[in-house]
Design a protein around this ligand. Structure first.
Ligand code: SF4
Ligand code: SF4
Length: 237
C-alpha cells in the first residue's frame, strides 16, 4: 500500500477530521525555522463533544471543557505519534508538532499555525474569532499537525471565510477581543484579535477562584450548531 493510502486509512479510522497540505509555497504557516525544511503537512482534528461545548456558559461546563481539552490534546498527540511512525516505516522523516505548545514571549503563537495548515488542506477557514472554523463542526475541534518530507500527492484547496455578516463571536466576547474583521493574509492577527485581552480575562477568572477558561466564542459560533445532525462520526472522547 502506498504511504498516502496508508495515512488516509489510518486517519479515517482514528480522527474526526484530517487533511493534507503542501507547504512548499506556504512557509508562512511555519514559525520555527528548524521546521521550515518540511514541505508537506497533515492536519488532524478531534472534536470536543457538543454536550460539553454547549455548557461553556457555566462554571461546571467550563471545568468539563478543561478536562475534555486535555483528553483531546493527549489523543491528538497519541495519533500524531502513530502517524509519524507510519511515515518513518516508509523511509521518510516526520515530526509531530505539539497541539498546545506556545512559543515563549508575548505573541501567544505556537511553532506552526495549525489553523493555516488546516486551511490549506481545505478543512475550513480562520474566523473573525481567530478560531479555525470547519463547515460541519464549527470551532468545536482541536487541531494538531504532522510535518514530513514525504512528497504526498496533494493540492491545496484553501477555503475562503464564510463568516460574512455574522458577528456572534464579536458581540459575545466579554472583553471585546475581536475587531469584526474577516481573516486576510494582509491583516495581522493582532489587528483582528487581542490575544492579550483574552489571556488577562482568563487570569482574572482564575484569581476569582473560577475555571481558567471562557470559550464563549467557541459556543456561539453558528457553524458549530447548524450541522450538528449531519455529522457522521462518533465522538472520540
Ligand atoms: S475565550 Fe472568551 S474572552 Fe477569550 S476571545 Fe473567546 S469570547 Fe473572548
Ligand atoms: S461566530 Fe460568526 S463571525 Fe465568529 S467565527 Fe463564527 S461564523 Fe465567524
Amino acid at each position: 500500500m502506498e504511504l498516502y493510502e496508508k495515512l488516509t486509512e489510518y486517519c479515517e479510522a482514528k480522527l474526526t477530521l484530517y487533511g493534507f497540505a503542501n507547504l512548499e509555497e506556504n512557509k508562512e504557516a511555519v514559525f520555527l525555522d528548524q521546521l521550515k525544511r518540511y514541505d508537506y503537512a497533515i492536519a488532524i482534528g478531534i472534536n470536543i463533544p457538543d454536550n460539553i461545548v454547549d455548557n461553556l456558559d457555566t462554571d461546571e461546563g467550563r471545568k468539563k471543557y478543561l478536562e475534555a481539552y486535555t483528553q483531546v490534546n493527549n489523543l491528538l498527540n497519541e495519533n500524531a505519534s502513530h502517524i509519524v511512525e507510519i511515515i518513518k516505516q516508509y523511509g521518510f522523516n516526520a515530526v509531530n508538532v505539539d497541539s498546545s505548545y506556545i512559543l515563549p514571549g508575548e505573541n501567544f503563537v505556537g511553532e506552526i499555525s495549525h489553523k493555516l495548515v488546516a486551511n490549506l488542506a481545505g478543512l475550513g477557514w480562520i474566523g473573525k474569532s481567530a478560531l479555525f472554523i470547519n463547515p460541519y463542526y464549527g470551532p468545536r475541534v482541536r487541531w494538531a499537525t504532522i510535518l514530513t518530507d514525504a512528497a504526498l500527492p496533494v493540492e491545496n484547496k484553501r477555503m475562503k471565510s464564510r463568516c460574512k455578516s455574522c458577528r456572534l463571536c464579536v458581540e459575545n466576547c466579554p472583553v471585546n477581543a475581536f475587531d469584526d474583521k474577516e481573516f486576510s493574509e494582509d491583516v495581522s492577527r493582532d489587528e483582528r484579535y487581542d490575544a492579550g485581552a483574552c489571556a488577562s480575562y482568563f487570569d482574572r477568572l482564575e484569581s476569582m477562584g473560577k475555571p481558567r477558561l471562557c470559550g464563549l466564542c467557541v459556543k456561539v459560533c453558528p457553524w458549530g450548531l447548524v450541522n450538528k445532525n449531519s455529522r457522521k462520526k462518533e465522538d472520540k472522547i
